[in-house]
Ligand binder design. Structure first.
Ligand code: SF4
Ligand code: SF4
Length: 294
């Protein structure tokens, strides 16, 4: 491990670390923004597209915006013969037959393109609809990328795909992916290319239940993983028991700490505010590197 002016130089320049938790508010963004900030150079990607908040911490400069579009079908009713093949095909129930003609519910269409392909009359074309945007900027040593989904959109997957598209991922620096909470398809999309997954958990029975959700997911994807135990108090807790049973390493135990909580709730990056937190997250990054190499 190499240190330059208190920052850690991550030797594996193409490393991608995903940070997950079974529910929001567990400390996922706290871990992601501080790990990205303690690395001498890094990329932070906010894939929590329904409620991105990493940019509130980083306050990035020189922001560039890019709209994200999806294809939504449009039916030419004059060409439609009323065969219903499109309605039968749509597994998302985004098509219904009303007064002998198919009708599209755009808000629940997943843009799979299937109805266009199955229509024998070629009555279905596609139009571009904006579903959100990607913002890219710089905050000191961190390249900050955030996805923001418009209200009422069925799925943020296309925005996450755009964020993590190879050509949009910075080369030669480690990437920290702040995943959406839970274990749904947008989380699966976020961890696809990750080399290692950090599971953030709180030391309660509810926290253990949420940890089990993301643990099952990373096992399914065969991703190496470890746990960050956040807001820990002294004494036995269900997370340690769970990790012991499943043989999961606990990478760091972050104690319940009022100062850290206040910094975090004021959208301040702890490692930039206080050297003790810089040491703490540097130790986490160091441990992480060892885990990745084993
Ligand atoms: S594009 Fe796919 S999800 Fe959308 S209406 Fe057609 S079949 Fe359904
Ligand atoms: S598949 Fe084509 S022709 Fe058949 S109902 Fe749908 S739009 Fe009409």
């Amino acid at each position: 491990m190499i240190f330059t002016q208190g920052f850690i130089v991550v030797e594996d320049k193409n490393l991608k670390i995903a940070i997950l938790s079974g529910k929001g508010g567990t400390g996922k963004t706290l871990v992601a923004v501080n790990l990205a900030s303690v690395s001498d150079r890094s990329m932070y990607v906010d894939c929590d597209v329904e409620e991105p908040n990493g940019h509130l911490f980083f306050k990035p400069q020189n922001i560039e915006k890019e709209l994200v579009h999806v294809k939504i079908p449009v039916i030419d009713k004059d060409l439609c013969s009323g065969c219903r093949k499109c309605v039968d095909f749509c597994k998302f129930n985004a098509l219904a037959f009303i007064e002998d003609k198919p009708y599209i519910f755009e808000n629940i269409c997943h843009s799979c393109g299937g109805c266009t392909l199955v229509c024998p009359e070629k009555a279905i074309k596609e139009k571009d609809v904006s579903i959100g945007e990607v913002r890219r900027g710089i905050s000191e040593n961190v390249s900050v990328h955030s996805g923001i989904m418009n209200t009422g959109i069925a799925s943020g997957v296309p925005i996450i795909k755009r964020l993590l598209e190879k050509k949009n991922v910075d080369k030669g620096i480690p990437v920290f992916i702040d995943c959406p909470p839970g274990n749904s398809c947008i989380v699966m999309e976020s961890i696809q290319d990750a080399d290692y997954c950090i599971l953030v958990a709180e030391p309660t029975i509810f926290g253990a239940h949420n940890l089990a959700l993301v643990y099952d997911l990373v096992k399914l994807f065969k991703k190496p993983h470890g746990v960050v135990l956040n807001k820990n108090l002294k004494g036995d807790n269900p997370i340690e028991k769970f990790c012991l049973e499943k043989n999961i390493p606990i990478l760091i135990d972050i104690p319940f700490d009022q100062e850290l909580g206040e910094l975090n709730s004021n959208a301040k990056i702890a490692v930039r505010e206080n050297s003790k937190y810089k040491k703490m997250f540097a130790a986490l990054l160091e441990r992480l590197m060892k885990e990745v190499q084993t």
